[in-house]
Design a protein around this ligand. Structure first.
Ligand SMILES: C[S@@+](CC[C@H](N)C(=O)[O-])C[C@H]1O[C@@H](n2cnc3c(N)ncnc32)[C@H](O)[C@@H]1O
Length: 159
């Protein structure tokens, strides 16, 4: 079992973190990015504990109590744009990828663990997204500009 009980699956630059090096949090992302990669934001960098892909998380079953997920929200971005560098970009395979991600998160969550999923509806409507997953969230809440940011909370049923 992991010592760190919270997995941040797409940690990016840890911008929404209060404590960017919380001792219980395990930070993963599929890439790292050095400072000065974005000239207008020279301090921005990505430095995960693990370079892991959320379609194949290299952790044992039931390792974490909380899993946090904030994947890229947009497909329509230039590779070299600052937004693509900062937030990543959704690939064409996003539906299959997010289905694999959901299965992986439920696998690495302990019984009754919590999955916190942040989405933005700018390109993909929530209803379309929710059809991809075998279970419904316990709680959801809209916020942000035009109410397009949605926080979804799922419970891992005991297995
Ligand atoms: C919207 S950003 C996350 C921002 C982060 N929550 C923060 O507080 O700064 C999305 C991140 O997901 C990462 N990502 C995209 N596909 C991934 C995958 N298959 N596995 C792991 N990370 C992935 C990107 O590299 C990017 O850093």
């Amino acid at each position: 079992m992991a010592e760190k009980k919270i997995l941040d699956v797409c940690c990016g630059g840890r911008m929404f973190r209060f404590d960017k090096s919380h001792p219980l949090c395990h930070f993963m992302d599929m890439r790292s990015l050095p400072k000065w990669s974005i000239s207008s934001r020279p301090d921005f960098h990505i430095d995960p504990d693990e370079i892991w892909d959320f379609r194949d998380i290299k952790a044992d079953d039931k390792s974490y109590k909380i899993v946090v997920m904030d994947p890229p929200h947009l497909q329509k971005l230039w590779d070299n744009s600052w937004m693509a560098k900062k937030y990543g970009r959704l690939p064409k395979t996003w539906k299959e990828d997010l289905q694999k991600w959901f299965t992986e998160c439920m696998r690495v969550l302990d019984d009754y663990g919590i999955l916190i999923f942040k989405r933005n509806e700018h390109e993909i409507p929530l209803a379309k997204l929710m059809k991809l997953f075998p279970q419904k969230p316990m709680i959801w809440h809209r916020t942000g500009k035009n109410n397009k940011t949605i926080w979804l909370i799922y419970l891992k049923p005991p297995t």
